[in-house]
Ligand binder design. Sequence first.
Ligand code: URA
Ligand code: URA
Length: 244
Amino acid sequence: MEKSPIRKDNKPLLFDEAVNDFIAYLRYLGAMGCTGFALSRKTRDVLAGWGNDGAKAETLDEIQKDLGDCKRCKLQKGRKNIVFGKGNPRARLVFVGEGPGHEEDLQGEPFVGAAGQLLTRIIQAIDLTREDVYICNVVKCRPPQNRNPEQDEVSACIPFLTRQLRAIRPRVICSLGAVAAQTLLNTNEPITKLRGRLHYYEGIPLVATYHPAYLLRNPARKRDTWEDMKKVQKLILQRTEDRE
Ligand code: URA
Ligand code: URA
């Protein structure tokens, strides 16, 4: 068992010492099983500004402009449209899927096919609309035959998802399916192990649920998804209260 590194004497700490102590303490908490903190919006805004020289966080439009007519990975070859993401730039809830399918590639919008229609109903089930939330994917271009995105493709694309999530800073992230959960949480654990537990992504609570395409094939799992969505709803409300 690790020992708490916090000093027990009353001597004032020098700044560097205090920072090092704080880092050691966070490591200690991590070793004790702490995976994150529920921070207020104000605190997260302050943290997001650190190292930024007070510059404003970038906007989704700026990120999309930087993505441009992306040729950073081999998925560019088969795509018709880049699917950047869609919804409210100030969304309290962001859904992250895996990557565009056939319909999404044609329309340039996320989750507009059969799985998307189920996602729309899932969103409505917690009294929200697609316009309230933001929806995006790990990779922005359709993998051929809807195969899973490969490591080099995820690596090329993930900085854009990270920047989208930092720009929106939602109260809750809901990952859809194994690829999104494993990518955001940097783990190989199966989705069955990841769901039903609360995770954090850069301090933001993350609920990992099944992919709606999986639910279409396994409707019996909709009950689990409903449990996950009730958790999402509760987290949104909780974080409304500890804000402002
Ligand atoms: N499946 C996904 O993971 N994302 C979409 O946008 C559509 C289907
Ligand atoms: N396996 C997946 O890849 N996704 C799910 O949502 C469930 C099982």
